[in-house]
Ligand binder design. Structure first.
Ligand code: CP
Length: 318
């Protein structure tokens, strides 16, 4: 594996999941694989789980992890080609990224979308600039449109939880939120579940909340949440802002919050969320605190997903 930016960088999802689950059983199986190597974690936006789980994963492989909060501690970076830098940006990525590539063996980037200009966000200028200029492997810690480490974790959590008596029905449901949020987690989850291809995959959202069909193609899309939830084995709850009329909140209808009553429609489904979650807005206390909630297990699994990806990058291809 050269970079880890999307599911397209993964040749075999099940093999990568198996590797992550093997690390869960034996975290120090390859404790010297990353000896004398450094991984740089660059944050242009906040994080709790991604930052700490990736640090733990690197440490398990014997690698030194250095975190740099670019948004708070670094020079303001410019990404536009040919920019006349007479404004607030101080350093061009063309200058910064190759230097970071000399300091680190792997570079990881977290960058959120602006939610103002869809074309700019979906061009993935920030992530692609690091891929272009750093000269070392790049791992996405969430980009403007995708969150691949989260999605790998999600599939491994589903696989380790589900007793495979039938093809699982997985429902991705939109949930209310007070702020416009990126589409990244939902895009990425849809992209990975479709590529995995081992489930009956349904997406449900209010009208006007369609995601980009480059990620959802292959899923069944239903705007009636109750109909979608019927017989679900897993319900993945997530808010996202509008894609077509970009970055807006049209509806904050509390009806869309998952409740115990709606759970009765499901096959005693397990409930997933990437976290952080706004309790009693996106998901009710009763669900989050119930036996059906996988959110803590899911967040714990972030370590093993990150460890499998770093390990793949460190292991030379045969
Ligand atoms: N799910 C997730 O990416 O969490 P953080 O934003 O805390 O890293």
């Amino acid at each position: 594996m050269k970079n880890f930016i999307s599911v397209n960088d993964v040749s075999d999802i099940n093999a990568l999941v198996a590797k992550a689950l093997a690390y869960k059983k034996n975290p120090f199986a390859h404790r010297t694989l990353g000896a004398d190597k450094r991984i740089g974690l660059l944050f242009l936006n906040p994080s709790l789980r991604t930052r700490l789980s990736t640090q733990v994963a690197a440490k398990n492989l014997g690698m030194e992890a250095i975190v740099f909060n670019v948004d708070k501690e670094g020079w303001a970076l410019e990404f536009e080609e040919g920019a006349i830098m007479s404004g607030n940006t101080v350093e061009h990525v063309k200058d910064a990224a190759p230097i970071l590539g000399q300091y680190f063996d792997i570079l990881c980037i977290r960058t959120f979308p602006s939610l103002k200009n869809r074309e700019d966000d979906y061009s993935e200028l920030v992530m692609n600039s690091f891929v272009q200029y750093a000269g070392v492997p790049i791992i996405s810690l969430e980009s403007a449109t995708l969150h691949p480490l989260q999605s790998l974790t999600d599939i491994l959590t589903i696989k380790e939880t589900f007793a495979a008596t039938h093809k699982p029905k997985i429902v991705l449901t939109w949930a209310p939120h007070v702020k416009p949020l990126p589409q990244c987690v939902a895009n990425s989850f849809a992209q990975w579940i479709n590529a995995w291809g081992e489930s009956d995959f349904v997406i449900t959202h209010p009208e006007h909340y369609e995601l980009s069909d480059q990620y959802t193609r292959g899923a069944t899309i239903i705007t009636n949440q109750n109909e979608a939830l019927k017989d679900a084995d897993f319900v993945y709850v997530k808010n996202w802002s509008t894609y077509n009329d970009y970055g807006k909140i049209y509806s904050n209808d509390p009806y869309w919050m998952l409740t115990e009553e709606k759970m009765l429609l499901t096959n005693n489904a397990k409930v997933m969320h990437c976290l952080p979650v706004r309790r009693n807005v996106e998901l009710s206390d009763e669900i989050l605190d119930s036996q059906n909630s996988l959110v803590t297990k899911q967040a714990g699994n972030r370590v093993w997903a990150a460890q499998a990806v770093i390990s793949e990058i460190l292991t030379p291809s045969p």
